[in-house]
Design a protein around this ligand. Sequence first.
Ligand code: NDP
Ligand code: 2IT
Length: 448
Amino acid sequence: MSLPWFDALHQRACDTDRPFVQAVEEVFTSVAGIADTHPEWKQAAIFERLLLPDRVIEFKVEWIDDHGQVQVNRGYRIQYNNSLGPYKGGLRFHPSVNAGILKFLAFEQIFKNALTGLALGGAKGGSDFDPKGKSDAEIMRFCQAFMRALYPYIGPMIDVPAGDIGVGNRELGYLFAEYKRLTHQYSGVLTGKPLLLGGSILRPEATGYGVVYFAQHLLEDLFAETLTDKVCCVSGAGYVALHTIEKLQQVGALVISCSDSQGTLHDAQGIDLKLVKQLKAQAQPLTHYLHEHSHAQFISSSQYPADGHAVWRLACDAVFPCATQNELTLADAQALVKNGVRLVVEAANMPCTPEAIAYFLRQAIAFAPAKAANAGGVAISQLEMAQNASMIRWTYAEIDQRLNEIMRHIYQQIKATAIAYHQPNNLVAGANIAAFKRVVEAMLLEGC
Ligand code: NDP
Ligand code: 2IT
C-alpha cells in the first residue's frame, strides 16, 4: 500500500508491535481502495489518528504468593477509541502479554464492537501474570492487586473490561469485588461477572454460540445448507472453544477435535464434551481423555509439523480456530484445502495468518473473519451493561434470541458491504469496510 504513513509504521515497529502492524495492515488495506472517494478522511487525518491509541496505561502489580513471597507483574489497559461508546474490551492474563499484543487486540476490538451496532468503544488490557499452577487464593490476591492499580481509570460509562484468555467468571468476580470495595459502588463496571454478582445469563457461552450462529447464517445464505452432519475441527479448550463445540453439537455437527498448548485431541467418533469440560475444570491434561476413550488420539505439540499445527491436518468440512492469534498458518491452510475444507470461521482474535487468509480467499473457501464471527461475546457484554444499568434481568430465551439476531445482522451487514464494494466473496473486506466507516463517521462528527 502506498499511503505515506504505512512505511513509517513498518519502520517504527519493533518485534512486540508485529501483531499490531498485522491487524492495522489488514484493516487499512481493505479500506485503502476507497480512501480517494473520502477526501474528508485525509483532511481529518483519520489513518494517522487511528494508528495511536487514546492512551496506554501501564502499571505495576504487586501481590503475595502462598509462600509469603512478594511477586511483581506488569499490568496494562489500552484505551484505544471511544467515539462510538465507552471503552470496552477484555483482559488477558497470560505470560505472553505485552503492550504490542494488547494494542493489536484493542485495535481489533474497536472495529468488532462497531459491527455489533451497539454503543461500544474499543479497549483491551491484561497482564503477563501466568494463572497456570496458581492456587485459588493466589488468583484472588493477584486480581485484587490488579484492580487496585486499574480502578481509577475505569467506570460503567468510562471503560468496561471483561474476560479474555486466562480471565473468566472467577477472575471477574474477584476483580468486581475489589472495585466495589475501593469505590463503594455496585455497578456494571465489568462484564462476564458471575450471575449472582450481576452477570448476564449466556455471557460465558455467548462468543462460542455466536460463532456458530454466524456460521449458520453464512452457510444458509451461501450454500442453502446447515451444519447438521458437518465434520468440524475446533482448536482450543477454553471458554470460546468449549461453547463453540457445545453449540455445534446441539445443531447436529460432528466435532472431532479440540486442543490446548500441550497438544491436539482427535476423536473421530466425536469429542466427548462433558469429559473435556470435566478435565479442564480439574486442571487435568487432555491426555486423560484417552483413559475413557482409547480409540481417540492425542498429538503432542512437540510432534506438530514445523510449519503449523496438527489440528489443521485433519480432514473436515469446517474449522473453528478458538485458541489464539496466528495459530493457523499458510501450510495449515493448504493442508485444509487439500483435505476438502469448505468453511473457516475465526473464533479467536486474528487466529489465521495473513498468508492463510489470502490463500483461503484465493481458493474461494467461505471465510468468516474474527471481528464479525466472534462479536457475540462483546455484544452480550453490552446487554449485561444494559441490565446492570436498568437493574432488570432478561431471560435466557430473550438473550439467546438477541444474540442470534445480532449475529444475523452482522452477517448481512458485512455481506452487503462486500457486494457494494465489488468484492462479493470477501467478507474480510466487507467487515473491515463496514466497521471502519462506522467508526470514522463517529470520529468526524466529534471534530478534533
Ligand atoms: P481461555 O483462556 O478460556 O482458553 C484459551 C485456550 O487457548 C486454552 O485452551 C489454551 O490452552 C489455548 N491457548 C492459549 N494460548 C495458546 C498458545 N499460545 N498456544 C496454544 N494454545 C493456546 O480463553 P478464551 O477461550 O476466552 O479465548 C480464546 C480466544 O478467543 C482468544 O483469542 C480470545 O482473544 C478470543 N475471544 C475471547 C472472548 C471472550 O469473551 N472470552 C471473546 C472473543 C474472542 P492452555 O490452557 O494450555 O494454555
Ligand atoms: O475479544 C473479545 O471480544 C473479548 N475478549 C470480549 C470483550 C468484552 O468486552 O466482552
